[in-house]
Design a binder for this molecule. Sequence first.
Ligand SMILES: Cc1ncc(COP(=O)(O)O)c(C=O)c1O
Length: 347
Amino acid sequence: MIDLRSDTATRPTDGMRAAIAAAAVGDEQRREDPTVNLLQERAAALLGQEQAVFLPTATLANQIALKLHSRPGDALVAERHAHVVIYEYGGPAAHAGLMIEPIEGRAGRFGVAELEAATEPSTKTADQRATVLAIENTHNSSGGRCWPLEELEDVTGAARERGLATHLDGARVLNAAVATGVDPDRVGRLFDTVTLCLSKGLGCPLGALLAGSVATIERAWREKHLFGGAMRQAGIVAAAGVYALDNHVDRLADDHARAHRLAEGWHAAGLPVDLDQVETNFVQLDVGALGLGRDEALARMREGGVGLSSTIHPTIVRAVTHLDVTDDDIDRAIELVPEALGVRAAA
Ligand SMILES: Cc1ncc(COP(=O)(O)O)c(C=O)c1O
């Protein structure tokens, strides 16, 4: 099967496996693992922050950040379909006691007016209020869409004026950086904390980083222990992260080019793809326009040899390009998917 379900499908390359095998390691909990320490330094600099802490998953990085920025009974302002809102099992409520003040975004984005409306106190009890803003870039549920730098500057500036802490769920922020040509540190430094995921486009087996100020990351270490995420010879996996930062960042442009080519091929074959929405490594197909249900469409494509996945939108499925997808895979997917869905381009 050509696996376009998610960019989490990647397996470590030979080069990455060699880096893992050669990793210098130590006790991470004692902060004595040299490879973890190196990865943390590299990630902090890349994201325009003072320090970073290595974590097993981006979910944990997000949850620690939200907890650090709030007290139980505060509200989190986030786009309605943000990962922290719909895919983290209510973590903001479970771990931090946060209520959610959702904003209906466009392509995952929103403006200052919407932020201001969402931060209006809902009661006269002054102490019950929004204290944290989370932004997702690229935005997963809208199909890997990017925030322009100026919009991020405006919204984070307005949040700060209103006393909110700011968190960037930048699980795929390097995809955004490569697609927009804006260095990731210019985006990262707008926020109090930044999550970066290593196990998506960067191709690592696991791992994420949370970056922020020295004081914030010191507090994050305590939460890392509390959540059970403090590890030992974690340099074994951190080595994959260092390797990925050296070798797998610029090549994200290849994933984006392949997603564009796939979208154009499907569009030319008559499939309902909105080419303007393809900004990074996601291609969304609205199979409802073909009179098909999502599950039936996914099953037919899988039978035809191509794996796509569902989205939160009932009739939209997605294809995601990544390190393990070749040009040849794209050529075949351009042929196979229209056939599986019963759509043939006019000869
Ligand atoms: C935007 C975003 N944030 C966070 C995560 C969570 O990543 P992890 O699976 O490493 O917890 C994901 C995973 O898909 C994501 O897309």
